[in-house]
Design a protein around this ligand. Structure first.
Ligand code: ATP
Ligand code: MG
Length: 346
């Protein structure tokens, strides 16, 4: 029996994860779900943001479903006890090196997008971001006096493994990968481009590959987003492009994500703990429920169930919109609408 660990965390994390867990139980009744604390909730209960017991559970699970961590209540804690530290420790424990974010304008909800409806229609991009390398982690870094430096470096194996994830994802979608780099000025990007091309030629010739410079990709992602299927990029470029892309669907409450490595994957909404609405029962649980869809697809390899969840969420977004997307439905009412839609498709 597959085991999923659910970590609701803080703020609206609890509300949206409750809704997501209910959906997971509905579509995968054979899965064992173990619920544990992380972040501020774990600090309150156990004194640390990522207890050893949680580490042991997640590393032996088949997949991990996360809510959100953090909140103003924890901002005065010493740095090592901050909820965000728990999140970093979780990612590290799972060794996830690929962050995957689908950016989709829901058909019928084009009006939520900051793009004109004719530009927004049909936007469906998957951003595959390298998560453990590049500028953020290279040990060649430092400050002295009036000078500071960080280093963007990648090895061939690091590029190779993330490229394979992008091609593999494209195979299950529309079959196009755009690799984004800055090869006109950076040697590290030259190596990136050569390695991605090599993986393509060796194993994925049936997928199309295009290379783009990051500055041009940033512009096109906004001016002509339907040109993209899968975008593959390194850590810093991916950080920026994925937040840029996140505004296209119109609400943070619509955006799931997956972080994958060689062990259990981590599935979570991209939004934060939203202290301004936490505890009111009005948060949109769509991102958390769509994260269950990604968990089913990538973590448990159940794409049929994943498709059912995605379709049920699309229906509920139109029939029971929550406040962030211009409606009045509560978190619970939205979740009930998803469960209702699932019971008619199953
Ligand atoms: P963090 O630092 O934890 O990332 P943040 O302030 O950057 O927090 P969010 O917590 O995601 O970002 O909140 C940004 C805004 O979006 C808030 O006004 C919040 O209420 C709203 N928001 C975020 N997620 C949702 C959701 N699921 N449903 C409704 N509104 C949401
Ligand atoms: Mg934030």
């Amino acid at each position: 029996m597959p085991k999923v660990v659910a970590l609701p965390g803080d703020g609206i994390g609890k509300e949206v994860t409750d809704a997501a867990v209910a959906v997971l139980k509905e579509v995968a009744p054979d899965v064992t779900i173990q619920e544990l604390l992380i972040g501020g909730a774990a600090v309150d209960a156990a004194g640390v943001p990522f207890p050893g017991e949680v580490e042991a559970a997640v590393t032996t699970a088949d997949a991990v479903l996360l809510g959100t961590v953090g909140g103003p209540r924890y901002d005065t804690l010493p740095r090592e006890l901050r909820p965000e530290r728990g999140l970093l420790a979780l990612r590290k424990a799972l060794g996830v090196y690929a962050n995957i974010r689908p950016v989709r304008v829901v058909p019928g909800l084009e009006h939520l997008s900051p793009l004109r409806p004719e530009k927004a229609r049909g936007v469906d991009v998957l951003i595959v971001r390298e998560l453990l390398g590049g500028l953020y982690f290279d040990s060649n870094r430092g400050r002295s006096g009036e000078r500071a430096h960080n280093t963007m470096s990648y090895t061939v194996p690091e590029i190779d493994r993330i490229a394979r994830i992008a091609f593999w994802a494209a195979e299950q979608r529309r079959g196009h990968v755009t690799s984004v780099d800055k090869a006109n000025v950076l040697e590290v990007s030259e190596l990136w481009r050569e390695t991605v091309t090599k993986v393509h030629e060796e194993k994925y010739r049936h997928v199309t590959l295009r290379h783009e410079l990051v500055d041009s990709a940033a512009m096109l992602l906004v001016s002509n987003p339907t040109r993209y299927d899968v975008i593959l990029t390194e850590n810093l470029f991916g950080d920026i492009l994925s937040d840029l892309a996140a505004v296209l669907p119109g609400s943070l409450g619509l955006m799931p994500s997956a972080s994958l490595g060689d062990g259990p994957g981590l599935f979570e909404p991209i939004h934060g703990s939203a202290p301004d609405i936490a505890g009111q029962g009005v948060a949109n649980p769509a991102a958390a429920i769509l994260s269950v869809g990604m968990l089913l697809r990538h973590g448990l390899k159940r794409s049929g169930a994943a498709n059912n969840v995605d379709a049920a969420v699309s229906l509920a977004l139109r029939s029971h919109p929550t406040r962030d997307i211009g409606g009045t439905a509560s978190t619970q009412a939205f979740a009930d609408a998803v469960l209702q839609a699932l019971s008619t498709t199953n």
